[in-house]
Write a protein that binds this ligand. Sequence first.
Ligand SMILES: [Zn+2]
Length: 266
Amino acid sequence: MVGDQCSLPAERPVHAQSPKAGLSCKMVLQAVGKVLRKSKGKPNGKKPAPEEKKLYLEPEYTKSRITDFEFKELVMLPREIDLNEWLASNTTTFFHHINLQYSTISEFCTGESCQTMAVCNTQYYWYDERGKKIKCTAPQYVDFVMSSVQKLVTDEDVFPTKYGKEFPNSFESLVKKICKYLFHVLAHIYSSHFKETLALELHGHLNTLYTHFILFIREFNLVDLKETTIMDDLTEVLCSSSGSSSNGSGNGSSNSAGAQNHVKER
Ligand SMILES: [Zn+2]
């Protein structure tokens, strides 16, 4: 079980195979320094005001994508594909991509820099299998999320891959939980590690991944709207521009190729 029901040993090794991208720590630090200077960082050691300007909402960054593909079409259930198969395949893919995206900044997400799992002014807690609230740092929280999702998506009883094997009754609710926690991770990257993501020039990847993910969870109502409100300002900018870039109600002609690639990724 994931999430509220899930507990994993706190000492479990960190999931992210950091650091990625072949960048040395020094290079990244230099790049981060450059961005911090550029974005008028506060060098006086004072904690930034909680409601400081959200860098990730700057138009020069929100327009950055790695593709202008029409995600609204890509997330739709293709004909002849079973809904659960589609949810399983996409959820697994998002898990891998979000894990990878987090791993690029994981060396900056430490118990010191992120003492709580915070997104803007909201703090998240993990719950163990008895429902006991666990206060943890952001890297611990992300580790709980990634480890438990990894366990689920590789569990043949939950995410069956063999022909003829049925999905469990709890499948949809598990997918919902997974998506909720993956959303927290994405939101934390934006709210706490966008500067480092910029320095690595990975904000186009992050924006693209976020847009694709949000459109997917919306298409199948996988995450409560209350849960995602916290990032509504970003969602509005990223997802509405994605929708309006091509003239909407498409004929689905570009749909099948992309969709099939997706299914294969599982
Ligand atoms: Zn962090």
